[in-house]
Design a protein around this ligand. Sequence first.
Ligand SMILES: Nc1nc2c(ncn2[C@@H]2O[C@H](COP(=O)(O)OP(=O)(O)OP(=O)(O)O)[C@@H](O)[C@H]2O)c(=O)[nH]1
Length: 361
Amino acid sequence: MALSRPIPVTVVTGFLGAGKTTLIRHLMAHAGGRRIALVINEFGDRGMDREILTACGIEGCGDDDIVELANGCLCCTVADEFLPTMEALIHRAEPPDHIVIETSGLALPKPLVKAFTWPEIRSRVTVDGVVAVIDGPAVAAGLFADDPAAVQALRAADAALDHDNPLEEVFTDQLLCADMVIVNKADLMDAPAAEAARETVRAGARAGVPIVPAHHGAVDPAVLLGMGMAVESDLDGRPTHHDGPDGHDHDDFESVALPMPPVGGGHAGPDALAEALAPVVTAHRALRVKGTLAVPGRPMRLLVQGVGPRVQARYDRPWRADEPRDGHLVVIGLKGLDAAGLARDLAAAVAGPSEAVREAG
Ligand SMILES: Nc1nc2c(ncn2[C@@H]2O[C@H](COP(=O)(O)OP(=O)(O)OP(=O)(O)O)[C@@H](O)[C@H]2O)c(=O)[nH]1
């Protein structure tokens, strides 16, 4: 029996909120009949990306083809969770044509790629390429350069910590492992900012790695898939901060899942709600906010997405009959997040001004 060709795997990495899920949604919508399986990993107590992808209504984004590994970090749980998942995909009656892995925004891609050298899967899959998605405006604004305020906040939370910017460490590792870098959110940058982002990426990535600007992750699948890099055989040229025997931990970051009240009637609409949430997110220095809220009298759930100070809210799908309409927000930030304060301030913003107060005003 002829041995089948190894299944190509694309690893999509990039910091929290850079646009990985958005890029993958675009990829699935333009897959051109390719059968793509997704493996999604999130840092946080409740996985949202699978929900966002399955709610997108795109043909090919079927439930069966999306495997979620929530509650942890792929690069740290490779043996326990990742290998069995890959083996199950490989041994399906109809194996996928391509596998896309979305790492958590805090994962270091190299330990994950290393797992592809494990004998269980080595001959059956190959890493076609590592794609790093970058939040262009955040890079241009210097979020990933050593930010004295962020480092100070971290030190205040744990005096024993003597790190440089932990955001910078994750960012650098992701860039150094990439075969292609997507500088996303082009719509939020003017020409000098786009040039600054590109220059930072060029300085941090390996020589010759293509840098592709994108808006809402709209990159032609022909560009993303089929790079043929066999990355698992080319690990030496991809340095990482965490090549030691102990792997790495995520002590620099933490996430909290907070129950939220129904959205108050005093908000004029999703944009007004997003505007009310933004100052809370900024005041608490949250890096990422994601979740769904219930709006009384509305059959649709309200999806909230915040990346740094930018918060958006939109109705994404009707609540299912079998799910409780309990709003929640997951917040990820540097260690030392004030969970009680966040719960209080976010809940107050969600509840908003009462209609009576608004009318009186
Ligand atoms: N303005 C603008 N917003 C974008 C763009 N791409 C993504 N977004 C928004 O940025 C937010 C985060 O996008 P995601 O695709 O969820 O980012 P992610 O990297 O998967 O996030 P994590 O899974 O939390 O790491 C969402 O609100 C997106 O709609 C873009 O090109 N322009």
